[in-house]
Design a protein around this ligand. Structure first.
Ligand code: F0G
Length: 365
């Protein structure tokens, strides 16, 4: 069947009516890819699957929430939307606003957003404002402006964003023929996504689709780990710029997801994130952006600490773990180039090429 976008696919779980004009880019229905190399490298008892959200139309999971938020903004008569963003939300908001034919303004922290994301917001025609401050400053400001003017706020504090994003959980259960995974691992920034997935798992269970629920495992970057530390971080730092957030808006609901599911929210260093980022690309052929690799980094850390030794699979013979790869690697080419080996430059001659590739000039095939 043709993919008509996630609102259509999961219509009875979405706040729309017969008359709602749906604004969609055919988002959702992203692949769930098995990761045998990573599973073997991380723990013999676990089976890791990658939910590759980078294959959404604007290259990140934000499109799930944005189709819903922009659909409702248009239905409610708004002619403009706005958001604060570390990059992906702005790219998605700009694209869906363009599709709806309404205006969009985005506030981003100056110099701290990946090139691909900035280029998206610009080409879709959003009014892009870089502020001398971080994401938390930008969110505070945009909330104020949207309260005062007829502009819909499309950050994940907008409840429609959560409604759309919960569809990721539905897809995972559908792909596993009606069983939720034992664990779900994911990065945590502003904490909307962990909130949305948990809501999705619970709603789908209540509707009789899955008998079980996963333990939610969220990971923050060590330099931006307010939930782990138990207090806001004034000057959040991390090379995973998407999750460089010191005071998450959905802090409380992230803690609820953690506690109700019997999971945890932990932190991983930039070094651990970078290693996982490279491992995903080099051993599974899956290219995600740095923040997205925090889930895999976290699984590796938990495994080393003996965490998985305490659990037995309820269904099947391995513990099933889904890691949400929230954004595509091409969003942030600078990070990839700086994390990988530089290309060699040689003369346009056979011998030089063979030497550069590492083949003996005398060897025959
Ligand atoms: N991964 C990526 C690639 C993201 O862009 C974000 C958030 C997250 C993970 C964390 O998700 O905030 O729901 O906990 N990006 C937001 C943005 C903040 O503005 O694009 P979260």
């Amino acid at each position: 069947m043709r993919n008509e976008g996630l609102i259509q696919r999961y219509r009875k779980f979405m706040p729309v009516s017969q008359d709602t004009r749906i604004i969609t880019l055919n988002e959702g229905s992203t692949p769930l890819i098995p990761a045998p190399s990573l599973s073997a490298a991380i723990h013999p008892k676990i089976e890791i699957w990658l939910k590759y959200e980078g294959l959404n139309p604007t290259g990140s999971f934000k499109d799930r929430g944005m189709t819903m938020a922009i659909t409702k903004a248009v239905e409610e008569g708004y002619e403009a939307v706005a958001c604060a963003s570390t990059g992906n939300t702005s790219a998605s908001a700009a694209a869906f606003a363009a599709r709806a034919g309404i205006r969009c303004a985005v506030l981003i922290p100056e110099g701290k957003i990946a090139l691909g994301k900035l280029s998206q917001a610009m080409i879709h025609g959003a009014r892009v404002v870089q502020i001398r401050g971080n994401f938390d400053d930008a969110l505070r400001l945009v909330r104020k402006v949207c309260e005062r003017y007829p502009i819909a706020l499309v950050n994940s504090v907008n409840p429609y964003r959560i409604e759309g994003q919960k569809s990721g959980a539905f897809e995972i259960i559908d792909d596993f023929d009606g069983i939720a995974p034992d664990f779900q691992a994911m990065p945590v920034g502003n904490a909307g996504n962990i909130t949305a997935y948990w809501k999705g798992y619970k709603e789908y269970k209540a509707a009789g689709n899955n008998p079980n629920l996963p333990r939610m495992l969220g990971f923050q970057a060590a330099g931006s780990a307010p939930i782990v530390l138990g207090h806001p971080v004034d000057k959040p730092q991390t090379f995973a710029t998407a999750i460089r957030i010191g005071n998450p808006a959905s802090w409380k609901s992230a803690e609820e997801a953690r506690d109700e599911s019997g999971g945890l929210i932990g932190m991983v260093t930039d070094r651990q994130i970078k290693d996982a980022y490279k491992m995903l690309a080099a051993t599974e052929g899956v290219f995600c952006e740095p923040a997205s690799a925090a889930g895999i980094a976290g699984l590796k850390k938990l495994s080393e600490n003996g965490y998985f030794d305490n659990f037995e699979p309820e269904f099947g013979d391995k513990l099933r773990v889904v890691s949400i790869l929230t954004g595509h690697g091409l969003k942030d080419p600078d990070s990839a180039i700086s994390a990988a080996e530089e290309p060699k430059t040689v003369d346009a001659e056979e011998d030089a090429i063979l030497e550069a590739i590492g083949i003996e000039a005398t060897a025959t095939v």
